[in-house]
Design a protein around this ligand. Structure first.
Ligand code: BG6
Length: 464
């Protein structure tokens, strides 16, 4: 297989609330993730008295990061995507001064990465925000939260200006449409207008921090982060094709605002047709013109769309409400596996925006069973990732500018949707089970050596 460019960035991606644990250490405040022990689609549980959450300890990355980073380094990582827990820096979200213990923790983390020659990519907000901002301010429905977020971002930009040159604003910003509490801090009972108003505030905040990043760290790059939710028409029936265009626009809308700097006409029509009244000031429009340097996205699956309402109701399945594609196999969690879709998506994003792309999440969540020697022979994961990376290389041959690839969960972690660890993504196995048992010991899986070889050979070892 033809090599990837030597400056292509290879690595992995994790999120604070899915790996760190230490939920009450270092002055950390309560986050939206802490009150969702069953994941982003689970109920809110106020953490009073004894309540169990797998995320409280997670994989204890907070204390064990030196060991984990050494393993990433052994695989040859050039970059690690992490997130900063907003609640470690501003425990409640509305303080005027940051928490020094939280800042010091990330200083040490970034220093450890630098020691191994691994670049840090930091997501400012990955599926969590201070719970206090939800209960006292109504989450992102409140304009004041923009100011709090900007303050937080400026603090970390200044503090880590020399250590972090890759930044992302909001993880899977389009996910707010499906998980409003996690995405924009809106509680049950919110309607579509509320969600879009909160999203608008988040888009303004995203543009403001892009501007702040450019001013405070001129040699850094800052991108957005989209859930790459590509869908296909179920048939070539023209109504199916048009419905698919509309469905794709639901998530591309975020990219349109963040990359082109204005609301697209189709969205304004959607608001008009649905009676959605979003307050967008002249100043907001000006701020939104500050666009991102590159586009990052996650990619796990594709699905189909049909205009047939009865059929749609009957077969819509997984979290994104997509109709299953009869030509694709699915993972144990029903996520349909589509490597060619990644090439299509890369080409579509490149054609639409002409901005460099970064694949910051991709991987297979599976149940791993150690064999008699205690080894994980995860050929299924190797095959999934091989096939996706082959398509990345094809897209680059098509002329798409791809900066790098960080696989999701290079080490087993707590899943976001249902907060389980039985759904494993890692090249590194963590001895922890869904009931909280286990020693937390780390073991290299077969895929560890496979990814190491892919990185060492710049992709030449991939099987086309
Ligand atoms: C993305 C998120 O949606 O998908 C991650 O950015 C998440 O946080 C990943 O973990 C996989 O989803 P899950 O539910 O399998 O963890």
């Amino acid at each position: 297989m033809k090599q990837f460019p030597t400056d292509f960035l290879w690595g992995g991606a994790v999120a604070a609330n899915q790996v760190e644990g230490a939920w009450q250490e270092g002055g950390k405040g309560l986050s939206t993730s802490d009150v969702q022990p069953k994941g982003i689609f689970g109920d809110v549980t106020e953490r009073k008295g004894h309540t169990f959450s797998l995320k409280d300890v997670a994989i204890d990355f907070y204390h064990r990061y030196p060991e984990d980073i050494a393993l990433f380094s052994e695989m040859g990582f050039g970059i690690l995507r992490v997130s900063i827990a907003w609640t470690r820096i501003f425990p409640q979200g509305d303080e005027l001064t940051p928490c020094e213990a939280g800042l010091a923790y990330y200083d040490e983390l970034f220093d450890e990465l630098a020691k191994h020659g691994i670049k840090a990519m930091v997501t400012l907000s990955h599926y969590e925000m201070p719970w206090h901002l939800v209960t006292q301010y109504g989450g992102w429905s409140n304009r004041e939260v923009i100011t709090f977020f900007e303050r937080y971002a400026k603090v970390v930009f200044k503090r880590y200006a020399e250590k972090v040159k890759w930044w992302l604003t909001f993880n899977e910003i389009n996910m707010s449409l499906h998980a409003p509490l996690t995405g924009v801090g809106l509680q049950d009972g919110c309607n579509e207008s509320d969600v879009y108003q909160a999203i608008h505030h988040q888009l303004v905040a995203s543009a403001l921090v892009v501007r702040a990043c450019h001013l405070l760290i001129p040699d850094a790059k800052i991108g957005n982060m989209l859930l790459g939710g590509l869908v296909y028409p179920l048939t070539c029936q023209p109504n199916d094709v048009f419905e698919t265009l509309q469905e794709n626009r639901k998530w591309l809308f975020f990219g349109d605002v963040q990359c082109r700097g204005a609301y697209p006409g189709y969205m304004l029509r959607y608001f008009r047709d649905k009676g959605i009244d979003v307050v967008i000031t002249e100043e907001d429009k000006h701020i939104l013109k500050q666009t991102v340097d590159f586009i990052s996205f996650s990619y796990y699956m594709t699905g189909c769309v049909t205009a047939d309402k009865a059929l749609n109701k009957k077969i819509r399945g997984n979290i994104l409400n997509m109709v299953p594609n009869p030509h694709l196999q699915a993972s144990e969690w029903g996520w349909q596996i589509d490597p060619v879709g990644l090439r299509t998506l890369l080409n579509e994003l490149w054609d639409r925006y002409q901005k460099p792309l970064f694949i910051v999440e991709n991987g297979l969540g599976a149940k791993d069973q150690p064999d008699e020697q205690g080894q994980i022979q995860d050929d299924y994961r190797i095959s999934y990732m091989n096939d996706h990376l082959v398509q990345v290389r094809e897209a680059m041959e098509d002329g798409v500018d791809v900066l790098g690839y960080t696989s999701w969960g290079p080490i087993d972690l707590i899943s976001a949707s249902k907060a389980e660890i039985g759904k494993r993504y890692g090249f590194i196995y963590v001895d922890r089970q869904d009931d909280g048992s286990g020693t937390l010991a780390r073991t290299r899986k077969k895929s560890f050596y496979w990814y190491q070889e892919v990185i060492r050979t710049h992709g030449a070892s991939l099987k086309a």
